[in-house]
Design a binder for this molecule. Structure first.
Ligand code: FAD
Length: 465
């Protein structure tokens, strides 16, 4: 079959690009290897539970935000969202809870009470962040300003900043560009929950694609790009042997590693790009999927808790051992049997450690069990109010992420180094092949990916068929 644009992957990036192009009259086909859309956002179903595999904290839903702009173009309604107030609570290792809210006075009072050892410096940090420098030239993409201002704050406050930066931007205050930190930390930007979770957003975009006359093909793994006799990319070859032609452009929603390694192919990847890609690494995620007695939620300070489990004095911030993120489903979402709530607890882990290919399945099961026990014990120390209200239903390791999404080593989110090379990168060295993925997005979470998809579609609009 021939299409103008072929999109490979039905994660949030591929779906947004395909839905927008289809509504603008482009003949587009999206090929997804799984039997459902959503990629990293897809619900994890187990024993009658539907777990949301994220923190449940979404940006960009304000009026005139990126989602309002996207859905104003689409023929479908957006999923229902609710602004969270407070957005979440950060629990410090000494048990102090800091609720992050967009009420400036209440938040400043809370900062002064929670960090008496450097009260005015912490308030000043947030004032500078919010009031002026944020998206202007004084806070630029370097990290200098951030570390300079934080130097006058206590370690407890720096770690309060680190856990938020790591959760939302996958970097710590020591290596986070100041403009990205401003995006991640500004309490006025707010956080929303999506009814039905990220899956509901993915389903709306898929529906939009089909209503606009686009083609959605599930269970259609793409093997590689197809090249014409002159070496230009002409479409894609599916695992089934079928060739799908793209006359105008090809969009990869695979990670930057997989776009080059699998689709474009190592022999066609310029050596400079290959060597940059080798230096990039993203973290892995380990998820504990729990059921919780519904009544236990009243004992918690919030349904979303960023728990700092260790201050890590005298060492750089290591999110693998310093933090856990707790996300209890909203009452609006029926994700669990009556009187129960579905809970996702997320931790960082080294993705590659879960891929010792020479060892057997039992090694993975043992590693999983060991990690489960560690997280379980850290969870109960950090949130003792849980008592015996929670039970483990399932866990997910980087191998699980690999099995569902085929991301290299199941790595998630923004790569650690050489960000400058990737930020906002949507073009490849092939003139008609583009990337839209969280590994190249310059924004945060799905809002960042959706923004990149929006920008990319305007580039494709300018390419003639
Ligand atoms: C633990 C965790 C918590 C998170 N919490 C939040 C949060 O609270 N808020 C937020 O905004 N973001 C959050 N995120 C980030 C967000 O979920 C991801 O960044 C985003 O979903 C990634 O979307 P994507 O389109 O880049 O790629 P993916 O979701 O990886 O989609 C890629 C798609 O391509 C498909 N594919 C792969 N190979 C092929 C092939 N060969 N042929 C066809 N299809 C293929 C895959 O099956 C997949 O569907 C979280 C992520 C994690 C891991």
């Amino acid at each position: 079959m021939d299409y103008e644009v072929v999109v490979i992957g039905g994660g949030i990036g591929g779906l947004t690009a395909a839905a927008l192009l289809a509504t603008r009259g482009v003949n587009v086909c999206l090929l997804e290897r799984q039997s459902l859309v959503g990629g990293c956002l897809a619900n994890i179903e187990h024993l009658g539970y539907q777990f949301e595999p994220t923190y449940g904290l979404y940006l960009g839903w304000e009026p005139n935000g990126i989602f309002a702009r996207i859905f104003s173009e689409l023929p479908v309604a957006p999923p229902r969202v609710h602004r969270l107030s407070p957005a979440y609570v950060v629990r410090l290792p000494d048990g102090i809870d800091v609720a992050v809210s967009d009420d400036s006075n209440a938040f400043e009072d809370q900062l002064r009470k929670s960090f008496p050892e450097s009260a005015e410096a912490t308030v000043e940090f947030y004032r500078q962040l919010v009031q002026h420098e944020v998206r202007s030239s004084r806070w630029n993409s370097s990290n200098r300003d951030l570390t300079r201002i934080l130097q006058s704050c206590s370690l407890r406050f720096r770690r309060f900043i680190d856990i938020q930066l790591q959760t939302f931007a996958q970097c710590s205050s020591e290596n986070c560009p100041a403009d990205l930190a401003a995006l991640a930390l500004n309490p006025h930007d707010g956080r929303w929950e999506i009814e039905g979770g990220g899956q509901a957003l993915a389903d709306s975009l898929a529906e939009s694609l089909m209503q606009s006359g686009g083609t959605l093909r599930l269970d259609s793994p793409v093997l590689r790009l197809a090249y014409g006799p002159e070496g230009s990319a002409v479409g894609v070859d599916l695992l089934s042997g079928e060739r799908v032609i793209a006359t105008r452009g090809i969009i990869s929603n695979l990670t930057v590693w997989d776009t080059y390694g699998k689709l474009i192919g190592p022999s066609r990847t310029p050596p400079t790009i290959s060597s940059q890609l080798r230096k990039l690494q993203s973290p892995g995620a380990y998820l504990l999927l729990l059921d919780m007695d519904r009544e236990a939620v009243s004992r918690l300070p919030s349904r979303r808790i960023l728990a700092l489990t260790d201050l890590q004095d005298d060492q750089p911030y290591d999110p693998k051992t310093a933090q856990l993120v707790f996300n209890a489903a909203s009452d609006l979402d029926r994700r669990a049997p009556q009187n129960k709530l579905a809970v996702t607890v997320s931790a960082f882990t080294n993705a590659e450690d879960w891929f010792s290919f020479h060892e057997d399945h039992n090694t993975h099961a043992e590693q999983d069990q060991k990690m489960l026990e560690q997280i379980w014990s850290r969870l109960h120390s950090a949130i003792p109010e849980l008592r015996d209200s929670v039970e483990v239903i399932e866990s997910a390791t980087p191998q699980s992420f690999y099995e569902t999404t085929r991301r290299k080593f199941g790595m998630i989110g923004r790569p650690h180094s050489e960000q400058a090379m990737l930020n906002g990168l949507s073009k490849t060295h092939l003139s008609n092949v583009f990337i839209v993925t969280d590994t190249t997005s310059s924004g945060l979470g799905i809002a960042g990916v959706v923004e990149s998809a929006h920008v990319l579609t305007s580039i494709i609009d300018k390419i003639s068929a």
